[in-house]
Design a protein around this ligand. Structure first.
Ligand code: UDP
Length: 598
């Protein structure tokens, strides 16, 4: 059965791609914003119709497809002839009535989480017609991003198909075929990712919505009480939410003069690109479909279990998507050069610069002369600074406080700051060494166990030809040695001093002696000397890319385990602020050259 299904899916998917490439000119027609706006996507519905007919599908599978094609042609005709909207509504209702005659009908309703059933009798026809109309309108108006209705329909259809596999005794054969067909034709549309069309409603959107409505009726789990109602509602909830949002914004507009806005328009205005909007809406839809599948798997459980899972899933969902949207998609605007000179995170002032900008600033310090301090702020620094007033004022007075760590960047994005990528301290130190080598400026290393600074110096001098390390000292010294160390550094006249004594000891030491030292760049680098000297291995590249370096280091050095508490603590503080305080987005945006930053 599965092989047949996969074959049919492949034929429909491939056929749609082929027809779409033949129709490419017509599909792209809306891009030039010239009337008449002909939406050729609905023609693609002929592919599953022909494929199913050839595969010997019965009438109850073909009729919904024919109905969807009729809806497409009628709404398209209505658009060309500029018929009133009411007439189009009547035509969709008429098509639904025809489907009802062929058995695509809602005959009974079950009260969720109970065994109570109402036979609909004569109400069956108006209710079925209304359901199909609502689905058509919701998908038709789901946005000017044409892939949205098809993307959501594809996910819904895959969900219905999986339900057919999970509970075959409760769902008929026609639903499985229809689900496959809709999944094939819809998912094949996704390569046309995120094109924006000038029109709010799409005839092909109406058609695919009508089809999803019919699929929900055909695939309704007649023997399982709650799911019959819950699953279709979850499947259409993204377009439902989008349209509800539009109407609410229209109501608001009446009162305070805002124009009516679609949900996707708001996202586009916030700086998300059309493919990102599509990704977010598809992500939400995928989450709800997974929730639907979870509900189906709970069919044998008690009603209260199902109700609790549904309520929990619906409550938890927005939180997950809030996090995903803020974290992942903020990269777009930030990468495009829109950045802030500094941000305030929990009374700590940070400079959300990229590595290149941070290095340019540090090179400026070297050329300028005079003492400067760079703090690399990771999660634990920000958390500690909440209780340690001295550390907080050190960071706030530092000439540069970079964001070191995925945790800080993630929390900054949650707070709606368009921050660039993180600036790892060890990488920044190495890049600074390269700059010093190029400029012919010496450096000094202070910290770590005896012998480590020497090894690190050898490695650095070998890696960056021309680099001179003119002062070295380990980090385990008593108060009586401090004056000698400060004097030694002054005499060595380095342009950069890297202090590796751990947070916050290194920052406090630098702050205390910075005026005597007169070093242009003083920077705390934590365990970087151990890494450069080869005493501690760095996480593999894929772990660093995925923000898992902390996991690797903790596995190597279990004594670091208590530090992990900083991330959930900062995350909790961030979520509280992000959800309950206004987003600090309206800070003046500075030019990308950073000339007047700080
Ligand atoms: N260290 C030091 N003097 C001290 C305590 C620590 O030089 O009194 C060194 C230690 O040997 C290690 C570095 O400071 O090389 C701290 O590394 P860690 O990974 O703990 O740094 P963090 O994660 O705090 O940046």
């Amino acid at each position: 059965m599965l092989t047949n299904d996969l074959g049919l899916f492949a034929v429909i998917f491939g056929g749609t791609l082929v027809l779409a490439s033949i129709l490419r000119g017509a599909l792209a027609g809306e891009q030039n914003h010239e009337p008449p706006y002909l939406d050729a996507r609905g023609l693609l519905l002929y592919v599953p119709l022909i494929a199913l007919f050839a595969a010997g599908a019965r009438g109850d599978v073909l009729v919904p497809l024919l109905g969807a094609i009729a809806v497409y042609l009628l709404t398209m005709l209505g658009r060309v002839l500029h018929t009133p909207r009411g007439l189009r509504v009547v035509l969709v209702l008429g098509t639904a009535a025809v489907l009802h005659r062929y058995g695509i009908s809602i005959d009974s309703l079950r009260v969720p989480f109970t065994e109570m059933t109402f036979e609909l009798g004569w109400l069956s026809l108006p209710l079925t017609a209304l359901w199909l109309l609502v689905c058509a309108v919701l998908f038709g108006r789901a946005g000017t991003i044409p892939s949205v209705p098809f993307g959501v329909a594809g996910l819904s259809a895959v969900t219905f198909y999986l339900v057919c596999l999970m509970v075959p005794w409760a769902v008929g054969e026609p639903a499985r075929w229809l689900a496959l067909a809709v999944a094939g034709v819809s998912l094949a549309q996704l390569p046309a990712l995120g094109q924006v069309s000038p029109l709010p409603a799409q005839p092909s959107g109406y058609a695919v919505g009508f089809l999803i409505g019919a699929l929900a009726v055909v695939g309704a789990l007649k023997h399982t009480a709650a799911i019959a109602a819950v699953l279709p509602m979850l499947a259409i909830s993204v377009p439902l939410f989008g349209v509800t949002y539009t109407y609410i914004s229209a109501l608001r507009g009446m009162r305070i003069g805002h124009r009516r806005q679609h949900l996707h328009e708001v996202l586009l205005e916030q700086g998300y690109s059309p493919p990102q909007v599509l990704g977010v809406l598809m992500g939400v839809s995928a989450y709800l479909c997974l929730l639907g599948l979870l509900m189906v798997s709970l069919v044998p459980q008690a009603a209260w279990t199902k109700a609790a899972v549904l309520a929990g899933g619906l409550l938890f969902g927005p939180l997950v998507f809030f996090v995903i949207m803020r974290c992942l998609w903020r990269q777009g605007p930030a990468m495009a050069g829109e950045w802030l000179p500094e941000v305030q995170m929990f009374n700590v002032r940070l400079h959300p610069l990229s590595m290149e900008d941070a290095l340019a600033r540090a090179e400026g310090f070297i050329r300028e002369g005079g003492p400067h301090m760079i703090v690399t702020s990771d999660t634990s620094v920000i958390v500690r600074a909440q209780e340690d007033d001295e550390l907080r004022s050190i960071i706030n007075e530092a000439d540069l406080a970079t964001m070191d760590g995925h945790g800080v960047v993630l929390c900054a994005r949650l707070l709606n700051f368009p921050v660039s990528c993180r600036v790892p301290g060890v990488d920044m130190m190495e890049r600074l060494c390269a700059i010093c080598a190029r400029l012919g400026q010496p450096i000094a290393l202070l910290g770590a166990l005896p012998g480590v600074a020497e090894d690190a110096a050898r490695m650095l001098e070998a890696r960056y030809p021309g680099l001179r390390v003119t002062y070295l000292h380990h980090g385990y010294f008593g108060p009586e040695e401090v004056a000698g160390i400060v004097e030694g550094i002054r005499e060595a006249r380095p342009s950069a001093l890297f202090v590796a004594m751990g947070i916050p000891r290194q920052e406090k030491w630098i702050r205390r002696h910075i005026d005597e030292l007169q070093v242009p760049v003083c920077m705390g680098v934590g365990g970087s000397l151990d890494v450069i000297a080869g005493r501690v291995k760095r996480a593999p590249m894929w772990m660093r890319r995925w923000g898992l370096e902390w996991l690797y280091r903790t596995a190597l050095e279990p004594r670091r385990l208590p530090r992990l508490a900083a991330l959930p603590k900062l995350f909790f503080m961030t979520m509280r602020k992000a959800l309950f305080s206004p987003a600090p987005r309206d800070v003046p945006v500075q030019p990308a050259d950073g000339s007047d930053a700080k």
